[in-house]
Design a protein around this ligand. Structure first.
Ligand code: BT5
Length: 262
């Protein structure tokens, strides 16, 4: 039987993510750039990619090391027609997409750490920063920012990150083709965004939990001056972490997770 070319075409025709790609040599932050484009009505799926960031951002006031031409720094504009609270699952879906792609290079070694770190061999290889704007109680747009360490060598990291951060090149001892990685990443993002939109929220949560390997672990979650402690029992429908603690079931909405050493 011949290939069903019409079906193949329709698949690509319906692509959203990457339908418009803005490429920059250097920006302060691809998230900030994408935020401005989104405010000027850039279509869903617009991607901003930069070779370097002069002020790459992490959560809260943290920064993201973004040296030129060896990694990937990109932000995607998403416009899901959903209530604001269900958007918190999007960073988890993005995490699963990234984990799927990194697993193609480092099979069996990828872990997700709530809410959105991607680790290989226990070290951080990717960070995800999702920022949302709402209109009434619904999502106006989400900027999903992704930084992946691709060809960084140990000496490229500032000293204080050398033991906690890694890159694909460090893990595989290979020079990685960044374009090839970017193509796989945009494809995986499209797939997981569709799954999220088309009723697959439960599948997103299950897939995230498979990579996280955290159920049943005793953890501590620190957010500013607050600490929550308990045993992880799962994720709620919006992707919040559920802990069984001394005061019963607690929902964790933000913070940094530490596995408690007994
Ligand atoms: C994150 O924050 O992990 C989210 C990082 C998102 C970066 C992307 S790049 C494209 C887009 N544009 C942006 O401006 N941001 C996004 P957080 O969980 O707060 O972690 C930040 C911490 O990770 C820092 O305080 C360092 O300890 C560590 N870190 C910084 N740069 C790193 C790197 N390149 N690799 C590994 N760890 C890093």
């Amino acid at each position: 039987m011949d290939l069903n070319i019409d079906e193949l075409r329709s698949f690509f025709f319906q692509r959203t993510i990457g339908r418009r790609i803005e490429y920059r040599e250097e920006v302060e932050s691809t998230n900030t750039e994408a935020l401005q484009l989104a405010q000027q009505d850039a279509p869903e799926g617009t991607v901003v990619i930069a070779e370097a960031q002069s002020a790459g951002r992490g959560r809260l006031t943290r920064s993201w090391e973004s040296p030129p031409s060896m990694n990937l720094y990109l932000s995607v504009i998403l416009r899901p027609d959903v209530p604001a609270q269900s958007a918190s699952l999007i960073p988890l879906a993005v995490g699963v997409a990234v984990a799927d792609v990194i697993s193609q290079y480092c099979p069996g070694q990828v872990r997700l750490k709530w809410p959105n770190d991607v680790l290989v061999g226990g070290k951080k290889i990717c960070g995800i920063l999702a920022e949302m704007r709402t209109k009434a109680d619904r999502v106006a747009f989400v900027i999903a920012g992704i930084g992946v360490n691709i060809n960084m060598k140990k000496l490229h990291f500032p000293r204080e990150l050398r033991e906690t951060a890694t890159s694909l090149q460090i893990e595989t001892a290979l020079e990685i083709d960044r374009l090839d990685f970017a193509v796989r990443l945009l494809e995986a993002l499209e797939r997981w965004y569709r799954i999220y939109l088309n009723g697959g929220q439960d599948y997103v949560r299950q897939s995230w939990l498979k990579y996280a390997d955290i159920i049943g672990k005793r953890i501590e979650v620190v957010y500013q001056s607050d600490t929550q402690r308990g045993t992880v029992v799962g994720l709620d429908e919006n992707g919040a972490l559920l802990l069984e603690g001394e005061t019963g079931l607690q929902q964790v909405l933000a913070g940094d997770v530490y596995i408690e050493r007994l």
